[in-house]
Design a protein around this ligand. Structure first.
Ligand code: ADP
Ligand code: ASP
Ligand code: MG
Length: 413
């Protein structure tokens, strides 16, 4: 008898009919004797709708109240799924994040999970019930509702799987696995049968939103085997484990990730003296704004330009918190650009293969794409380019690194 955590994303619970299909699927596993915990997202589009409502009310919604609002989406789907299960004779019980006690810190809209109290879930599983938990939400020490950041239901599922010692955490979604790049952008993208936590973490961090970054971090830390699968099609999906693909078949590059949610901030003409980076990035960090790529130019005289990227949604706030630094550093100008994008090639095989960077730069130059910033780690190389060249860059790199597969057959053509 296995304990399985199954997570169904927004499109998989997007209509009453789909929720019925999910119930059928859960019922099959339950019927086989497996103990099942289900985590659901809000119906597709619902979280966006709620965000838009909040923004209509307030330009920058009060974070605590935004969480109160956003968490409602998942409360709808846990109730509906339990009803659907009841309809087909499966006993099930739903819990919100605070009922389970998915304890988080108090950073609203991007809270981090501190602890999961699995007592209630274990009790219900013992009674033979399917346990349905609302994804994306938790509760802080003071009892306030928190949310885990967009895509956070993945993290709820992995945290529960880790806490319960589940045999597998299955992420059901609208694609049949993790691909070499987003299959919606490159139709020659190939499904990977196996990928390591490290590679998946880089893919997710670099913008492949098939899994939330924190979910992959959690899975790696607690060694929870993850499988990404299609909700309504059979197939093996993609298994994500410590080892990844077999050594023999490890390709140099596992995939290409990209992210349009980037904005560039440049402080022109700041002094080239110790402490400047701290004076600039200190207030940004204190405002809980994540900085991504950072470049500081070499100074021919005593002044330099300092450039970094943040997510687009946090650009306005970044400008505000930098006002003091701009004044005290006597910067010539604060320049921003939100028409950039980041493209990354990712693969553990890079550790043992030289020449990946030069091949990447050569490919981009052949396509006439200018590189604005570069950053690397042991298993990835990322570049910042103009957003309008993003698709061209991803396609060219996908071909250059020999990742292209057959385009999906169009049965009804
Ligand atoms: P869910 O609502 O089920 O959480 P998401 O929209 O968050 O689903 O994630 C699935 C989507 O991720 C796919 O529809 C696909 O467009 C996108 N995606 C981006 N990169 C990849 C990738 N490398 N492999 C598979 N899907 C990807
Ligand atoms: N409903 C939330 C979102 O749209 C969480 C999730 O789907 O994982 O971001
Ligand atoms: Mg998702």
């Amino acid at each position: 008898m296995s304990l399985i955590v199954q997570k169904f994303g927004g499109t998989s619970v997007g209509t009453v009919e789909k929720i019925r299909q999910v119930a059928e699927k859960v019922s099959k596993f339950h019927g086989n004797g497996d103990r099942i915990v289900v985590v659901v997202s809000a119906m597709s589009g619902e979280t966006n709708r709620l965000v838009a409502l909040a923004q209509e009310m307030q330009e920058r919604p009060v974070p605590r109240e935004l969480d109160v609002l956003l968490s409602t989406g998942e409360q709808v789907t846990i109730g509906l799924l339990c009803m659907a299960l009841d309809e087909i004779g499966v006993s099930a019980i739903s819990f919100t994040g605070s009922q389970v006690q998915l304890l988080t810190d108090d950073s609203h809209t991007k809270a981090r999970i501190r602890r999961v109290d699995d007592k209630k879930i274990q009790q219900e599983l013992e009674k033979g019930n399917v346990v349905v938990v609302a994804g994306f939400q938790g509760v802080d020490e003071a009892g306030n509702i928190t949310t885990l950041g967009r895509g956070g239901s993945d993290t709820t599922a992995v945290a529960l799987a880790a806490g319960l010692g589940a045999d597998e955490c299955q992420i059901y979604t609208d694609v049949d696995g993790v691909y070499t790049t987003d299959p919606r952008v490159v139709d020659k993208a190939k499904r990977l049968s196996h990928i390591s936590f490290d590679e998946m973490l880089e893919m997710a961090s670099m913008g492949s939103k098939v899994l939330q970054i924190r979910a992959v971090e959690f899975a790696g830390k607690y060694n929870v085997p993850l499988r990404v699968m299609h909700s309504f099609q059979d197939g093996p999906g993609t298994l994500i484990t410590l080892e990844g693909a077999e050594e023999m078949e490890t390709p140099t590059i596992a995939g290409i990730a990209f992210n349009k949610d980037e904005a560039k901030v440049t402080l022109l003409g700041v002094p080239d003296t110790p402490g400047v980076a701290h004076q600039i990035l200190g207030p940004v960090g204190a405002a809980n704004i994540e900085v991504d790529v950072i470049v500081q130019n070499v100074a021919p005289d005593n002044s330099t330009d300092f450039t970094f990227t943040v997510s687009r949604g946090e650009l306005a706030q970044t400008k505000e918190v930098l006002a003091d630094a701009v004044a005290s550093l006597n910067a010539r100008e604060l320049r921003t650009d939100d028409t950039i994008a980041k493209v990354s090639v990712v693969g553990v095989g890079m550790r043992s293969h030289a020449g990946v960077a030069s091949k990447m730069f050569e490919t981009l130059s052949e396509s006439g794409i200018n590189i604005q910033m570069i950053t690397t780690s042991e298993i990835k190389i990322s570049v910042i380019i103009e957003e309008k060249y993003l698709e061209l860059a991803v396609r060219s790199l996908h071909t250059a690194f020999e990742l292209d597969g057959d385009p999906p057959s169009k049965a009804d053509d």
